[in-house]
Design a protein around this ligand. Structure first.
Ligand SMILES: [Zn+2]
Length: 200
């Protein structure tokens, strides 16, 4: 018999199986009762959980296929260029503003050294403050989900002041459902963020 400590994720997955229904679906969780959850509980159907996949498939993109590498090549999307990292923005957003702190080269968080770690910390704080200072911003959320694509990207998301449904960790789901802001408005804010990040 295999030692469970050798594959703790197998133990985790085995334990979860007892929590699933016959189709492999978990029950809807407590988050569905949060004020900021974007969906009504009635009618929600969780997806079924499949078998584990080990080893995991390689999801890394080449620099030629990488959206972050492409954005870094477009001056209008670059907000700041540092020693090892840069701050960019997506081409459009439904929120007040979105920035991404990214590696200048096609590399992961795992690849950074001590100096780049320090640069990352500084840029997270400075980008947060630059977005927080924009007129009409109620709060700014910071997250890092990426790794599969192979290019470090920390997301910094600014929600509109007073729109309380958009508070918290469901902000990206709300953002996905709402229309993009006008490009000229987004570009104008990009100028403010670029100027704020240029101040030492
Ligand atoms: Zn890349």
């Amino acid at each position: 018999m295999t030692d469970p400590a050798a594959d703790p994720a197998a133990v985790w997955r085995g334990r979860v199986q007892d929590h699933l229904d016959a189709a492999g679906r978990p029950p809807v969780g407590a988050m569905a009762d949060w004020d900021v959850f974007p969906f009504e509980r009635d009618g929600l159907t969780p997806k079924a959980m499949g078998e584990r996949v080990v080893p995991e498939p390689d999801r890394a993109r080449t620099p030629e296929e990488c959206g972050t590498c492409k954005a870094l090549a477009r001056d209008e999307l670059v907000l700041h260029t540092g020693a090892r990292l840069a701050v960019i923005r997506p081409g459009g957003t439904s929120l007040m503003f979105v920035a991404n702190i990214v590696a200048r080269d096609h590399e992961r968080l795992d690849d950074l050294d001590e100096a780049a770690d320090e640069e990352l910390g500084r840029l997270v704080a400075r980008t947060y403050r630059a977005l927080r200072a924009l007129p009409g911003v109620g709060n700014v959320q910071v997250s890092k989900w990426e790794n599969g694509g192979g290019h470090l990207s920390v997301n910094v998301l600014a929600r509109p002041l007073g729109v309380l449904e958009l508070r918290g960790s469901n902000l990206p789901i709300w953002a996905d459902m709402l229309p993009d802001i006008p490009q000229a408005e987004y570009d104008r804010r990009a100028g403010l963020v670029r100027a704020a990040l240029a101040v030492r």
